[in-house]
Design a binder for this molecule. Structure first.
Ligand code: NAD
Length: 288
């Protein structure tokens, strides 16, 4: 029997936990955690993501502070906005929705976010803390993968994990999370990418296969060792609707546990953003 790792249900449980914690924090500290979300332009996917984040904040009692700016907003205006948000004590977390319209320097803007408000975990300080195994903000999608595994009692310790994809927002941080010597880590990690000569061979050797590629159905059942755990981070819009990076039907035949798309890792990402916003609030209030 293959276990379906239900991210939708797990995320709903986490959001309910967050709602309770936010209510308790608000009662004790007289304010709720605040999340500023910056959206520049009209990228349809970004608009959907931002709307979902706003809805999740409202449901959890987190104060959402949207900053929706025209596509022709210039770099100095955005830099000033980030300075203002850094200085605003009601803002615990700052999220810059990517991608930005062409001509804007997203890395410079990300670097300007106060690391103590970096709820997306993309600031070099957050990435450095992760690399060093120090406490800090973890980027939401990799953190969501780790949380989903943990909630299903899948312990990567001693297992071989193969990650397909080496992006800064998913593959690389996930490799670090899985390899560190902390609870939920301790895996032997291999990262595959476009220059990996034999992806099938690498995947077949894995106890845990995580696909974060952006190529629909790249990882098929014949690349999965019987009994392996398969996590699909991919979200690809195709003519047949949303598809993951894993060919679900064939991979499910082999896997002991597998995430669906949609309803797997996707919903976990927003749940982890809410958790990070609480973490930022506690940091600013001096709570351990
Ligand atoms: P990216 O394009 O930045 O990186 C893709 C990586 O895959 C690259 O490192 C590349 O080397 C590797 N790759 C590409 N083709 C390959 C191939 N044929 N064989 C081996 N490696 C290959 O993508 P990303 O931002 O990491 O996103 C990956 C996927 O995850 C996308 O579908 C994206 O939509 C999805 N995603 C989902 C969430 C979520 O919330 N669930 C969040 C972020 C990204």
């Amino acid at each position: 029997m293959t276990t379906i790792l239900d991210g939708k249900q797990t995320a709903a449980t986490i959001r309910a936990e967050v709602r309770e914690e936010v209510a308790a924090l608000q009662a004790e500290h007289g304010r709720a955690p605040g999340l500023a979300v910056i959206l520049v332009g009209e990228d349809p996917a970004s608009q959907v993501y931002v709307r979902n984040k706003e809805r999740a904040c409202a449901e959890a009692g987190v104060v959402s502070m949207p900053h929706k700016l025209a596509a022709d907003t210039d770099q100095p205006t955005l830099e000033q906005l980030i300075r203002d948000l850094n200085a605003d004590p009601a803002v615990d977390g700052i999220l810059l929705q990517l991608p930005l319209p062409k001509g804007l320097d997203s890395q410079k803007l990300l670097d300007m976010i106060d690391p103590d408000k970096d709820v997306d975990g993309f600031h070099p300080v957050s990435v450095g803390r992760l690399a060093l195994g120090l406490p800090g903000f973890r980027s939401c999608t990799p953190a969501g993968v780790m949380e989903l595994l943990s909630r299903y009692d899948i312990d990567p310790a001693g297992k071989k994990a193969v990650i397909v994809g080496r992006s800064n927002i998913v593959g690389k941080p996930l490799a670090l999370l899985l390899m560190q010597g902390w609870k939920g880590g301790n895996a032997t990690v291999e990262v595959c990418h476009t220059r990996t000569p034999d992806l099938k061979k690498e995947c077949l050797d894995a106890d845990i296969v995580i696909a974060a590629v952006g190529v629909p159905g790249l990882v098929t059942g014949e690349m999965i060792r019987p009994g392996a755990v398969v996590v699909d981070v991919g979200i690809n819009r195709t003519d047949e609707g949303l598809r993951g990076d894993v060919d679900f039907a064939s991979a499910r035949e082999k896997a002991s546990a597998i995430t669906p798309v949609p309803g797997g890792v996707g919903p976990m990402t927003i749940a982890m953003l809410l958790k990070n916003t609480i973490q930022a609030f506690k940091l600013h209030q001096g709570i351990d």
